[in-house]
Structure formats: structure tokens, C-alpha cells
Design a protein. Structure first.
Length: 315
């Protein structure tokens, strides 16, 4: 899939040109320049962000015990969008590199607020309270964002460029900016796999097995902030992929989160790059359909089929 991402596009590049771009690079060659400076960073970012979004979706579904959990339910997308709008209107930031840091901070703050609100009370952050707190924070932040962009045309135009969800125009600086956060998030996610298996049995059962439920949820949410926050910051809010792929992984390997997370690391980047390639090929020359739109169009019927042929409660 990575090779296809380098070769295929609005203008196809033959395999020999791709090889020359790495072994005998000619700066005067437009196809080699496109491969080296545009498609390679795009492919690397697609692999990295794909793995991050797949892992974060699986983590959210495990920690909330909610098969419909995705970045939207925890306020991550809304927090990122609100921060980007604030940066545009208050500080005049208009670069993709600037959006990365704004969106990452906004996603992190929104997730911390959701977890803190859900932690109030004797039972702590239960799955139901997390879902309710996430919905409330999402609604509040979405209202604020809408109010700002309705009064600022420049903010609306800039946010629309980021919010559509895309790999286009994201070059190596963006990849290097999010790489450390995603790598740390992957390490935390893999380390939490056994604990997620305990949480799947219920809080009381997990406690009886000697597990610190509150600490487990805190670690998982730190991993989600790093993974989904960085992925959303780099490419914008990407829908469905973090929701559907963990269910596909469960259909393949069963309910063991050690295998679910491993499959998500492999499957999600493949799906992400495949959608990006489709977006490049379906449009006329010199234009493309953004990957976020492709995933939205293809992800909805895919999820309906999952629900149709597999009991959602078993996923």
C-alpha cells in the first residue's frame, strides 16, 4: 500500500522514477521531486496517523465499554477545532504547522475536562458518565466554535481547510512534529492492553483481580490524548476510521485487546492510505478528493454492514 501511495495519484509515476528518487535523485526532475518531497511525507504521515487513530478508537471503546466510542464522543475533535479557531482569530495563525500545536493542545484540554467532570462522584469515571460528559463538552465547544466562525469569514475559510480532514499539504515538518507524541502514545497503549481486558469484564471484576481501575483509565486517556490529539492535529478530524477498524479487528481476532491493538496498528494505516489513494484517483487530473471525505462516504455503509451482519453488542 505504501508503494501504491508513492506511484498512484492525479499524475501517475512509474516505479523506476520512484526508485531513482531515492537512489539517484535529480532535483530538476518534476516527478522525482513530487515523489521525494510530497508523496513520501504524505505516505509516512498516513501510516503514522492511521495507526494512531486506529489505536485511539480501540482504546476509547475499551475504556468506556462503548462500541460506538470514537474521538468525537470524548470532545477531542471539538476541542481541537475550538483551539484552531482561537488561534486563527486571536493570533492570526494560518499555517498547517501552527494548527498542529493548537489542535493538539485543544484536544488534550478537552479530554482532560471530560475525564475530570466524569470523575466527580463516588463511583468515579464510569463509562456512562464519560459518555455524558463527552457529549456535553462537545456540544459546548461546538457552539462556541460555530459562534466564532459565523462572525469571522477568515476563520471560517481557514477552519474549513483543516477540518475537512486531509493528507494533502502535510509535509515532513508536520510528520516530525507529531511523531514523538504518537510513539509515546503507542507505547502506553500497548502497555495498557492487559488492563483493558480486565476492564472489559466490568469495574468490580477488574478490582477483584487487583487492578487499579482509576489509574488504568487515567493511563489510557493519556494515551488517547497523545494518539488522537496528535493525529487530529496533523490531518484534521478524520471520521469513522477509529470507529470501524477496531470492530474489524475484533471480528478477526476476538475480544483480546492485545491482539485488537496489534491488528489496529496494521489495518488502520492500510485503510487510511487506501482511502487517500482513492481520493486521488476518482477526481480529474490536478485535483483530488480529501481523505476525510472518502472515509466518510465509505465508512458509513461499512459500519451499517457491520451492524447488519454482526450483533453490535458482540463487537
Amino acid at each position: 500500500m505504501s508503494l501504491a501511495s508513492l506511484v498512484l495519484g492525479s499524475r501517475a509515476v512509474d516505479l523506476s522514477t520512484v526508485i531513482d528518487a531515492f537512489t539517484n535523485f535529480d532535483p530538476s526532475s518534476t516527478p522525482e521531486t513530487v515523489v521525494r518531497h510530497m508523496r513520501v511525507p504524505r505516505t509516512l504521515l498516513g501510516l503514522l496517523v492511521g495507526a494512531a487513530l486506529g489505536l485511539s478508537g480501540a482504546l476509547l471503546q475499551g475504556v468506556t465499554r462503548n462500541p460506538l466510542a470514537d474521538p468525537g464522543i470524548m470532545g477531542i475533535n471539538a476541542g481541537a477545532a475550538a483551539a484552531v479557531v482561537l488561534g486563527i482569530t486571536a493570533f492570526g495563525i494560518e499555517s498547517v504547522g501552527g494548527y498542529v500545536w493548537l489542535a493538539f493542545v485543544g484536544a488534550g484540554i478537552a479530554t482532560v475536562v471530560v475525564y475530570s467532570v466524569a470523575s466527580f462522584g463516588r463511583e468515579g469515571a464510569t463509562p456512562v458518565k464519560l459518555a455524558l460528559a463527552g457529549a456535553a463538552v462537545t456540544a459546548a465547544l461546538t457552539s462556541v466554535t460555530t459562534a466564532v466562525i459565523m462572525s469571522d469569514v477568515r476563520a471560517l475559510n481557514q477552519l474549513r481547510f483543516w477540518q475537512v480532514g486531509s493528507l494533502a499539504g502535510r509535509y515532513l515538518p508536520v510528520f516530525w512534529q507529531v511523531l514523538p507524541f504518537i510513539l509515546v502514545g503507542i507505547v502506553l497503549a500497548v502497555g495498557a492492553a492487559h488492563a483493558l481486558n480486565g476492564l472489559a469484564l466490568g469495574d468490580d471484576t477488574a478490582r477483584s483481580l487487583g487492578q487499579n481501575v482509576g489509574r488504568t483509565r487515567a493511563v489510557v486517556f493519556v494515551a488517547v490524548i497523545l494518539l488522537c490529539g496528535a493525529g487530529t492535529a496533523a490531518c484534521g478530524p478524520i471520521v469513522f476510521i477509529g470507529l470501524v477498524v477496531p470492530h474489524l479487528a475484533r471480528m478477526i481476532c476476538g475480544p483480546n485487546y492485545r491482539w485488537i491493538l496489534a491488528y489496529c496498528i496494521v489495518l488502520t494505516p492500510l485503510v487510511f492510505l487506501a482511502a487517500d489513494i482513492v481520493g486521488r484517483l476518482v477526481m480529474p487530473t490536478d485535483s483530488e478528493l480529501e481523505v476525510g471525505i472518502v472515509l466518510g462516504v465509505l465508512g458509513a455503509p461499512a459500519f451499517v454492514l457491520l451492524v447488519r451482519y454482526k450483533n453490535l453488542a458482540e463487537l
